[in-house]
Design a protein around this ligand. Structure first.
Ligand SMILES: [Zn+2]
Length: 262
């Protein structure tokens, strides 16, 4: 059963002691990984990992948290990274009005700039959105679709999801689907077209039940797939097949590696 964890942060210090073991555990469990950059350095680190492991793919992007630190040179570097062969998406980019670590107007400007870079490089978008639904939609509509992209770790409202589907987006479902008090997310998953869903961990964050409270890792993405299967009344194999095919299509991935012995 092949799965693709479409959103992990393998370069983070949470993995400094056992990064190779975490990555190989995913490989053993037939999980490929998209490791997502949050700034120029982490995008470079993601590319290095993607060069090293054939089941790892990289993205390049600057997270809205760090928007205030971005200068012209950073955008030049990002444009260069967007053209590297191992880079399968521009992300994570977007808006975060919950933590507000950078001023909102600067977040918006950077979001515009990065969508431009993605379009020049013909890359899909990986979008981070927190408490910023209105402005996110306004910018996406202002630039105009159709889009190739995913709004990751989605836990918004169904009406918002419908607008995103209309613009061409996929939704990334993370381990938060296994948490209690997520009735709204569960009904959204039940009602969404399966051809628009992806699975992800957002590791090292958002660890699914039964490991909640511990560090997350890509091999746990199967708990997300199992929960989606349960919600939709389908088999986990079916969810894996569909969401993996969706990720291959969206990120234009080459043929996934086979484990030895298959
Ligand atoms: Zn992330």
């Amino acid at each position: 059963m092949k799965l693709i964890d479409t959103h992990a942060h393998l370069d983070m210090t949470a993995y400094r002691r056992d990064r190779a073991a975490v990555i190989m555990r995913a490989f053993t469990e037939d999980v490929s990984i998209i490791t997502v950059g949050i700034d120029i350095d982490s995008s470079r680190a993601a590319i290095t990992l993607a060069k090293e492991y054939r089941h790892v793919y990289a993205t390049a992007g600057i997270h809205p948290h760090y928007a205030a630190a971005v200068d012209d040179e950073a955008l030049i570097q990002l444009t260069k990274l967007s053209q590297v062969q191992e880079v399968v998406a521009l992300g994570e980019i977007g808006l975060d009005y919950y933590r507000n670590l950078s001023p909102r107007n600067i977040q918006r400007d950077l979001f515009y700039e990065q969508i431009k870079i993605a379009r020049q490089a013909n890359l899909p978008l990986i979008i981070h959105n927190r408490k910023s639904d209105h402005d996110l939609l306004a910018i996406l509509r202002d630039i105009g679709g159709p889009y190739r992209g995913v709004v990751h770790s989605f836990f918004g409202k169904i009406e918002f999801a419908r607008h995103l589907f209309e613009l061409g987006f996929y939704l990334g479902i993370s381990g938060s689907v296994t948490f209690p008090n997520n009735k709204e997310l569960r009904s959204l998953i039940a009602e969404s077209p399966l051809e628009r869903l992806l699975v992800e961990t957002d590791a090292p964050y958002l660890t699914p039940v039964p490991f909640r409270g511990q560090r997350n890792e890509p091999s746990y993405v199967r708990y997300v797939a199992e929960e989606i299967a349960q919600i939709r009344g389908e088999t986990v194999e079916e969810i894996a097949r569909e969401t993996t095919a969706n990720a291959v299509t969206l990120f234009n991935l080459p043929q996934l590696p086979e484990r030895d012995g298959e």
